[in-house]
Design a protein around this ligand. Structure first.
Ligand SMILES: Nc1ncnc2c1ncn2[C@@H]1O[C@H](COP(=O)(O)OP(=O)(O)OP(=O)(O)O)[C@@H](O)[C@H]1O
Length: 373
């Protein structure tokens, strides 16, 4: 799939922009703070209806303007589609072929995106939150039903935490029946989220293992493990998983009432990366962590291809210069000719690959873009 045209209206530092893209590598070059990442972010937002940089949609609207709009033409195996996201102080609206989609899960997944930015190099060493966010963003676009379960989970979690906090602060009587009802709802969503995460990690690992092995020239074997905060394992069927989660919640109830929050659940789960059976969060070199991050991104591309039958669009935000020549070449060789790619960079000097010779270049200056022919 590829995007051949995008229009921005009052998006970040762009007042009005109409741009066509090539179905190949598009390189966006500019000094700092000119709008490179903003343009890349707009492509991401067009696909995901939210930014990879901020949870606050308001920030995407150009200062002092009432709304921001992104429109784009996507070509996928079903032909061309017009996609649109509008942000205003009333919230956001998404449309496909001018028809509004009331549920985001009916919109997300139409355009598949893999984003690779410097912060992804932090995936292994960063906080568990970074890894959970990675899971949620990637899974959301290939399993719309996952997004549904996840948002249900977070809705009930918020309600449950509020209830626990109120009890802790003695604003609420510790009425066990009420807590049982909320906990039961939470467990229903938790089982679905955990089960889907286990299955996603298994598939991701299947792709990432040979890629990592190849990048490390055969010296490293990567394994990925989902680490639940609850006493469940991948081999359990759903009803056993449910019983185990119920037991954990029962066991932790007193503690939760004292702390005023939900102690375990998918919002506390994590991922673990092992190279040659050693946890690289603790023992990995910077190179191994970079190889792992790159392998995961390339694995995602293949996983999406396997699932939807088409390659996603790849966004490389300021990340090529962070990779050494060998890893850079590996990445560019893999995507060459099959994945529409957007690259942002302050200079093409550090990028020595033939893909660049064939790329379409765009020069960004202060929110306007010149196409270099
Ligand atoms: N809502 C907004 N309205 C207007 N301008 C904004 C808004 N949000 C960000 N900006 C401006 O956008 C510019 C940043 O653009 P962007 O993040 O795309 O930089 P960049 O070209 O990728 O630079 P770098 O190489 O430093 O990452 C800044 O000048 C910032 O002030």
């Amino acid at each position: 799939m590829y995007i051949n045209q995008i229009t921005l209206k009052d998006y970040r530092n762009y007042d009005q922009l109409d741009l066509t893209f090539e179905n190949k590598v598009n390189v966006i070059i500019g000094e700092n703070a000119q709008g490179k990442t903003n343009l890349m972010e707009a492509v991401y937002v067009l696909a995901m209806a939210k930014s990879h940089r901020t949870p606050r949609d308001k920030e995407l609207i150009r200062w002092d303007q009432p709304f921001a709009k992104i429109e784009g033409n996507l070509h996928n195996r079903n032909g061309p589609l017009q996609m649109e996201v509008v942000f205003s102080n009333k919230g956001k609206k998404v449309r496909i072929n001018r028809i509004e989609k009331k549920r985001l899960s009916d919109y997300i997944g139409t355009c598949n995106i893999v984003m690779f930015a410097p912060e992804d190099l932090n995936l292994v060493k960063g906080s568990p939150q970074v890894r959970r966010r990675f899971l949620d963003m990637e899974m959301g676009q290939i399993h719309p039903v996952y997004l549904y379960h996840l948002s249900q989970y977070h809705k009930v979690l918020k309600q449950r935490n509020q209830w626990l906090k109120d009890v802790q602060q003695r604003k609420q009587k510790p009425d066990n029946t009420m807590l049982d009802v909320i906990t039961d709802q939470l467990i229903t969503s938790a089982v679905s989220v955990i089960e889907k995460r286990f299955s996603f990690i298994r598939k991701l690992e299947k792709w990432a293992k040979p890629i990592h092995n190849e990048i490390s020239r055969g010296s490293e074997v990567l394994s990925i493990k989902y680490i639940p905060s609850i006493n469940v394992s991948e081999d359990m069927d759903l009803s056993t998983m449910r019983v185990k989660i119920e037991e954990d919640f029962h066991r932790l109830r007193e503690k939760e009432l004292i702390r005023g929050t939900t102690i375990v659940g998918p919002h506390r789960d994590d991922l673990q990366f092992l190279v040659n059976d050693r946890d690289i969060q603790t023992y990995g070199s910077q190179g191994q962590q970079r190889t792992t991050a790159l392998s995961l991104k390339l694995a995602e591309i293949e996983l999406i291809h396997e699932k939807v039958g088409e390659y996603p669009i790849l966004l490389l935000d300021d990340v090529l210069s962070e990779l050494d020549d060998y890893r850079q070449s590996h990445l560019l060789n893999t995507i060459q000719g099959k994945v529409q790619t957007f690259v942002t960079t302050t200079s093409v000097e550090g990028i020595h690959h033939q893909t660049l010779q064939e790329a379409q270049m765009y020069i960004v200056r202060n929110g306007s873009i010149e196409v270099k022919r």
